[in-house]
Design a protein around this ligand. Structure first.
Ligand code: PEP
Length: 254
């Protein structure tokens, strides 16, 4: 049984006081909800503040980061290493987000190095893949995603694959208000699980959690979660408000 995960990607929003307020509010509102594992990924500058809030024994929310470099330390001005994140209590880290691929030139090779460096430091990658609108229109969705999966996960052990998280995020659905239909999301995620099985074996493919991301809202989460292969959501915009993120987390509460 895979435990559902709801991960909030705050992107480049929230200064430390706003982040502190939001993390406290999410902690309060989600108290008593236990089905889904909740992860919040603030910007680097708010990680320590949020980490302190989440470290209270009564809070059951995991800390995530949005990026990391693949070296442990060195003359890499402006970069943050997985070991530095580990030191702050980070458990998960997003890698391969389409905004990093698109605006910062991250290739599958870089994403792969980052995923491996994170695992080496004891941080679980939330590894993102997804096709553009043009690629979908040209019927290239499966090809694009399967290449991203193969190249991005190359050299990672089957055990590590089983522990990490994959997020299917069609680029055309991120921040646009357009959501993939639950059938489109399920089809892509099923295909990704098949790729994982072919490369790493059945045990890994049954264990790895695969999330959907792209304009997830309280109104569409239940339909997405009803699908067999969708294990949760990576949420951008709707994770910036405690109420909407909590409604997503509580997708199955009456
Ligand atoms: C994201 O940034 O990963 C994302 C899915 O954003 P949004 O929910 O705003 O589409």
């Amino acid at each position: 049984m895979r435990r559902p995960m709801m991960a909030g990607n705050w992107k480049m929003y929230k200064d430390t006081s706003q982040a502190s307020h939001l993390a406290k509010r999410i902690s309060e509102l989600t108290k008593g909800l236990s089905e889904a594992e909740v992860v919040i990924c603030p910007p680097f500058t708010a990680l320590k503040t949020v980490s302190d809030i989440l470290s209270a024994p009564s809070v059951k929310i995991s800390l995530g980061a949005q990026n990391a470099y693949f070296e442990e330390e060195g003359a890499f001005t402006g970069e943050i290493s997985p070991l530095m994140l580990k030191d702050l209590g980070v458990k998960y880290c997003i890698v391969g987000h389409s905004e990093r691929r698109q605006f910062f030139g991250e290739t599958d090779e870089i994403v792969n190095k980052k995923a491996k460096a994170l695992l080496k430091a004891g941080i679980l990658p939330i590894f993102c893949v997804g096709e553009s609108e043009e690629q979908r229109k040209a019927n290239l969705t499966d090809k694009v995603i399967s290449e991203q999966v193969k190249r991005g996960l190359e050299g990672i052990s089957p055990d590590e694959i089983g522990m990490m998280v994959i997020a299917y995020e069609p680029i055309w659905a991120i921040g646009t208000g357009l959501t993939a239909t639950s059938d489109q999301a399920e089809a892509a995620i099923k295909m990704i699980r098949g790729e994982v099985e072919a490369a790493f074996g059945k045990e890994s493919s049954e264990a790895v959690r695969i999330l959907y991301g792209g304009s997830v809202k309280p109104e569409n989460i239940a339909e997405l979660m009803a699908k067999d292969n969708i294990d949760g959501a990576l949420v951008g915009g709707a994770s910036l408000k405690a109420e909407s993120f909590t409604s997503i987390i509580a997708f199955d509460e009456d």
